[in-house]
Write a protein that binds this ligand. Structure first.
Ligand SMILES: NC(=O)c1ccc[n+]([C@@H]2O[C@H](COP(=O)([O-])OP(=O)(O)OC[C@H]3O[C@@H](n4cnc5c(N)ncnc54)[C@H](OP(=O)(O)O)[C@@H]3O)[C@@H](O)[C@H]2O)c1
Length: 322
C-alpha cells in the first residue's frame, strides 16, 4: 500500500517527514526519471545496469559535514540518494533541493537512530520510496551517523555508553541486516569508523569502543553477506573538518593537526571518495576490510596523553560539543 503522500509527492504532518525529489520535467515517457544522458547517449547506472533502473543509496547522518560530502560524491557518480537526518532538517532539505536543482533524485528521511524504533522508521521510509518510485533499486547503505568523541574513562556512565552504542553500533548492525535484505547481488555497504578506534584514547573511550565494534560488524557481516553477492567495508577517517566552529579556532586546528603524519585537518572529500570507491564496481573484490584515509593518524607515531578528551578540547567557551 503506497502512502498517499508519496503518490501525490506531498509532505504529511507526521513527525517523520520526507520529500520526493523527482521533478516532472525530468521524467521519461514512462514517468520514471532515468539515469541522466549526455548528448543523447544513455548513461548506465553505477553498477552497469542500463534498463531504466537507477541505484539508490541510503546515507545516514547526511545532514552532517562528512555526510553532505558523501551525498554529493554519490550523486556525481549517478546515484539516487536517501538523505537521513536526525535534528538538522534544514541541512538535509537544502542539500536535497541543491541535488534536485541539478537534475538528480534525492529523498529525505528523519529518524532518531538512538531509539530502538529508529531503524524501523528509516527502513519503512526506504520501503515507501522504493514502492512509490518505479525504476529505483536499492544498491547501497552508508552507516555514517554517529555521536562523536568522548566520554572519558573517568566520566563514562552506563547511560552514555548505551547512547553511543545505540547510534554508532546497534543502528548500523540492524540497518545492515534489514536493508541488505532489500538489495540484490552487487549491493554494497560502507561503515564510517574513526582513527580513534586505532590508538589508545582513554579520553574518548566509549566513542573509540563503539567504532571498534563497528569495524567488527564489517568483518563479521562480510561472511554473512558474501553468498548473496553483497559487500561490506569500513572507511577510517582521521580528523576531518565537518564545519564544527571549534575547528576554525587556530589553537584547536594546530592541536588536531599533529595527529596526521601527513599533517593538517582533512576536508571531507577523501572520505567521500573512499565511500564512492567502495560502493562502485571498482571495489568488486573488496569486502570485510577497511580503507584508511587518516593521513597516517593510525600509525601511532605521535606521543599522546591518554587523559585528554578531544571532546573537551574542541569544547571552546560558547561552543557546545555535539
Ligand atoms: N569529523 C571528524 O573529525 C571525524 C573523524 C573520524 C570519524 N568521523 C566519523 O564520520 C562520521 C560523520 O561525522 P561528521 O564529522 O560528519 O559529524 P557531524 O557533522 O556531527 O554529523 C553527525 C551526523 O549524525 C547524525 N546524528 C546525530 N545524532 C543522531 C541520532 N540520535 N540519530 C540519528 N542521527 C544522528 C546528525 O544528524 P542531525 O545533525 O540531523 O541531528 C549528523 O547528520 C561519523 O561516523 C564520525 O564518527 C568523523
Amino acid at each position: 500500500m503506497v502512502d498517499r503522500r508519496l503518490r501525490d509527492g506531498n509532505e504529511g504532518p507526521d513527525r517523520v517527514q520526507w520529500r520526493l525529489g523527482l521533478r516532472a520535467r525530468d521524467a521519461g515517457a514512462d514517468g520514471i526519471r532515468h539515469p541522466r544522458t549526455r548528448r543523447g547517449v544513455r548513461v548506465t547506472t553505477p553498477t552497469g545496469r542500463d534498463h531504466g533502473v537507477q541505484d539508490l543509496v541510503v546515507i545516514t547522518g547526511a545532514s552532517g559535514g562528512i555526510g553532505r560530502a558523501i551525498v554529493r560524491g554519490l550523486v556525481a557518480s549517478g546515484h539516487a540518494v536517501v538523505l537521513h537526518y536526525h535534528r538538522n532538517e534544514s541541512a538535509a532539505r537544502t542539500l536535497a533541493e541543491e541535488i534536485g536543482a541539478g537534475g538528480a533524485r534525492a529523498f529525505i528521511a528523519q529518524a532518531d537512530l538512538t531509539e530502538p524504533s529508529g531503524v524501523g522508521d528509516l527502513v519503512a521510509h526506504v520501503d515507501q520510496i522504493l514502492e512509490a518510485t518505479p525504476g529505483l533499486s536499492l544498491h547501497g547503505l552508508v552507516n555514517n551517523a554517529a555521536r562523536l568523541l568522548g566520554p572519558s574513562f573517568d566520566d563514562a556512565s552506563p547511560e552514555q555508553f548505551d547512547l553511543y552504542f545505540a547510534l554508532n553500533t546497534r543502528a548500523p548492525l540492524f540497518l545492515t541486516q534489514q536493508l541488505s535484505a532489500r538489495m540484490s547481488s552487487g549491493g554494497s555497504i560502507v561503515n564510517v569508523s574513526s582513527a580513534g578506534a586505532h590508538f589508545s584514547s582513554a579520553g574518548d573511550i566509549v566513542y573509540a569502543m563503539s567504532k571498534a565494534a563497528l569495524e567488527s560488524l564489517t568483518r563479521n557481516a562480510a561472511e554473512a553477506l558474501a553468498p548473496r553477492g553483497i559487500r561490506i567495508n569500513t572507511v577510517i577517517p582521521g580528523f576531518t573538518d565537518n564545519g564544527h566552529p571549534a575547528l576554525a579556532v587556530p589553537g584547536v586546528r594546530e592541536y588536531v593537526s599533529t595527529y596526521a603524519l601527513l599533517g593538517g585537518i582533512a576536508s571531507p572529500a577523501p572520505v567521500a571518495d573512499a565511500v564512492a570507491f567502495l560502493l562502485s564496481p571498482h571495489a568488486g573484490r573488496t569486502t570485510g576490510t577497511a580503507l584508511d584515509v587518516t593521513g597516517g593518524s593510525t600509525l601511532g607515531a605521535r606521543p599522546r596523553s591518554s587523559k585528554i578528551s578531544l571532546r573537551d578540547i574542541i569544547a571552546q567557551p560558547g561552543i557546545a560539543p555535539r
